[in-house]
Design a protein around this ligand. Structure first.
Ligand code: HQG
Length: 168
């Protein structure tokens, strides 16, 4: 579902609207056609119990979308907020040389992802190899005019982070 709702809805022949919403019945039909036995009850269960609260329904549950993490160009109406003084980015040691040269870039996604605590950041970094947690001077960035967004599921997002705001 992450693949469909964030990166590649065409995998099951559906489209997302400009705000990232998929029609829930189209999603269920498309997934069933691809061999995933899923119904509304299971979908509701996934939305309720997903460990990272990745998905949300609209009010009448006719539409569903991922809260963040997209590579497709959609506007999920993220809340713009003042960040805490420091945030954390978990990455892998093998990326450090490049990050020291270019700063943090959004790569395939629409934003750079930041965590509010070091433990979460370490878990994010571990997905890529030997983890390392970088401290980000988010307060200073904010005062310098950079925008920060806070997703429905508690992830901080920004467009890019130059080297001067990263504590290695
Ligand atoms: C790295 C998961 C070299 C960056 C997590 C990261 C998160 C650079 C990788 C969410 C770089 C991109 C996102 C540079 C950045 N040179 N490497 N200049 N700039 N990188 O997966 O932050 O399970 O796109 O450090 O919990 O790891 O999907 O981003 O290692 O919230 O819900 O390039 O994904 O959530 O990797 O993870 P990703 P991420 P979900």
């Amino acid at each position: 579902m992450s693949l469909i709702l964030r990166h590649s809805p065409q995998t099951i022949g559906i489209t997302l609207d400009e705000n990232g919403w998929a029609n829930a019945s189209e999603l269920l039909e498309g997934m069933n056609k691809k061999g995933y036995a899923i119904n509304m009850e299971i979908l509701q269960d996934i939305v309720d119990t997903n460990n990272k609260k990745r998905y949300s329904f609209n009010d009448d549950k006719t539409k569903i979308r991922a809260n963040q993490g997209h590579s497709v160009d959609v506007d999920v109406e993220l809340k713009e907020l003042e960040p805490p003084e420091e945030l954390y980015h978990g990455t892998a040691t093998r990326f450090l040389d490049s990050i020291k040269e270019h700063g943090l870039q959004k790569q395939n996604r629409n934003h750079v992802h930041l965590s509010k605590d070091k433990e979460t950041a370490a878990a994010v970094g571990k997905r890529h190899g030997n983890p390392i947690v970088l401290t980000i001077k988010s307060g200073e960035m904010y005062r310098d005019g950079y925008r920060f967004y806070f997703s429905e599921n508690g992830v901080w997002l920004t467009d890019e982070i130059s080297v001067k705001y990263i504590v290695f």
